[in-house]
Design a protein around this ligand. Sequence first.
Ligand code: ZN
Length: 437
Amino acid sequence: MDYNKALLDFIDRSPVNFWAIENMRKELEAHGAVKLTECEKWELQRGKMYYVTRNGSALIAFRIPEGETTGFQIMASHCDSPTFRIKSNAEICVEQNYVKLNVEKYGGMLCESWLDIPLSVAGRVMVRGADGVIESRLVCVDRDLLIIPRLAIHMNREANDGVKINVQRDMLPLFSGDAEDAKDGFLQLIAEECGVDAEQILDTELYLYNRVKGTVFGRNREFIASGRLDDLQCAYASLQGFLTAGQGDGIAVHCVYDNEEVGSGTKQGAASTLLSDVLHRINTALGGAEEDYHRLVRCGFMVSADNAHAVHPNYTDKADPTSRPYVNGGIVIKYSANQKYTTDAVSGAIFRELCRIADVPLQVFHNRSDMAGGSTLGNISGAQVPINTVDIGLPQLSMHSAYETAGAKDTEYLIRAAQTLFAASVTDLGDGNYRIR
Ligand code: ZN
């Protein structure tokens, strides 16, 4: 199986969070997963696979073994990426000759990387349907629609000395050359894409996406590049591992959160009760008491998978002096003394053993002690579901660029680690000792 081709194809079909979840949902159903909704009573059978989504932008799939279960075996990732959201009343007319769109930042991107490349728009539209129904429609304008043009070097001679970017001034994409489109030309376009009248559109969540396709590059084709590798590379690997893993005694759980890039504090983010709610309902539907829930959580294990920084070839001094992950060097375990990463000696040791079983190479990441670094979802999720959790990721360069670079070998490493995680059971022996089976 050519995992890089499949990954880049998946990312290409997933321009924003909603589409990533839609594509995962379809793949799960093709593999026989049964759809659940949060609004209905769950009747679950042992030996079956299920999935549930929240807000259309987060998803949890799980597989229940036939016999008695030992605990939850979870891999969690996120489907959102830094981008720009189209504001309401987006059209801005410039001197009767241009129409540009008003946008605001979603997450912390490298703004410059969004300039002078073909962009378009994707997201969700709420439509007034018949009989009082409000319909949710996914939209992806599948053509080059917008560009944010840079200012020429002749008009800014300091452009190569570091330019401060003001999103309200510098990041508004060019949409039309017809002043008429300033009225509601953008909304009209979206209505056409949805096959409805503009008056039927009640609200929208639309984002820019980078149209540049993913690629495999390098002398030996050893690198991949694409938008949204953070974190669709991990989300994709988690799904493939989940679908191809052997059946163990644990309940395998593939969890994809939304809104990691803006702090996870939404009903579908890692700080929400989403995972806790789903795990509780699984336990209840299997006839378990509250007591059993706590046992399944404490006798389980979670891998929080979110991409990691590799040593940069042009900025080698930006990495920690002794922890130096490289692309294609294997999965990166992330450590942080202040627990921005939740890895501790227990979860680190368990994950190292899982990867030894999977025959997957490992590397470690610490921030330089004079750099704050980023954060991720492991410790946030852990406050809701206190399960032993390791923070890991695949090594990459140019994180939060519109076009990121990673290793051609690493996706497969995480798929193999996920297969091993989902088929294993990690038992807390209750005395500081743990057993992996
Ligand atoms: Zn991420």
